[in-house]
Ligand binder design. Structure first.
Ligand SMILES: [Zn+2]
Length: 215
């Protein structure tokens, strides 16, 4: 390549406004495509929710889970079973402390979920146990305090499932017998990205029923 021809091509590049117009148009098209893509449900699932809306931290049980918990207590009481709710909403810090049990802290392993990986961290899970007549909290799944020939524990599980809870005792890999949760069709990764069930009780009930039907 000689000097004269490279000089000539430089001049041609400088004197080519249509090329710049083309690039601007391409950039505008890419930007528009990104805006459209970011609003598609499938793409939204992959993006952190913080990118398009503020997600307030969860600090308590979801209102519908709280209502169902009360109903569960009342329906169990009607069968002569008192239940103790041993855990509900759990902060990520509390979850991390629980995760350390049996690992870097003494005791047996009680969970495989770190902070943000449990439905408790989103106010969507509760843990129960049976309260004996003398007030003791029991984790004895065979206990039949109301003497109807059925395990009180499994009677409570039966009521809970009818109310829309999923039972941790059904999990094959790491069964969690005291655990009841309502996931509203949301996975932990979705919750971590900021997706939340509706707060409104009626909408939440609808969503829970849709999610239950899918499962
Ligand atoms: Zn639990």
């Amino acid at each position: 390549m000689n000097l004269e021809s490279s000089g000539a091509s430089l001049a041609r590049r400088r004197a080519s406004p249509s090329r710049w117009r083309g690039r601007l148009l391409l950039a505008a098209c890419i930007a528009a495509a990104l805006i459209v893509a970011a609003n598609l449900p499938a793409v939204k699932l992959l993006l952190p929710a913080e990118l398009w809306r503020k997600v307030p931290p969860v600090v308590s049980l979801h209102p519908l889970v709280a209502v169902k918990m009360k109903t569960l207590k009342a329906e169990a009481a009607a069968k002569g079973i008192r239940i103790a709710i041993t855990d509900g909403f759990r902060s990520e810090t509390e979850q991390d402390a629980l995760y350390r049990k049996g690992r870097s802290a003494p005791g047996a392993i009680v969970t495989n979920a770190k902070g943000g990986q449990s439905y408790h961290n989103y106010g969507l899970a509760i843990d129960f146990a049976i309260r004996a007549k003398n007030g003791d909290v029991l984790w004895d799944m065979a206990y039949d305090g109301n003497r109807n020939g059925k395990s009180d524990w499994m009677e409570v599980v039966g009521i809970a499932k009818r109310l829309g809870f999923a039972w941790g005792g059904d999990w094959e890999s790491f069964p969690d017998y005291p655990h009841l949760q309502m996931d509203f069709g949301l996975s932990i990764p979705e919750l971590q990205r900021g997706h939340r069930p509706p707060e409104d009780l009626r909408l939440a009930e609808e969503r829970a029923q849709q999610a239950g039907g899918k499962a």
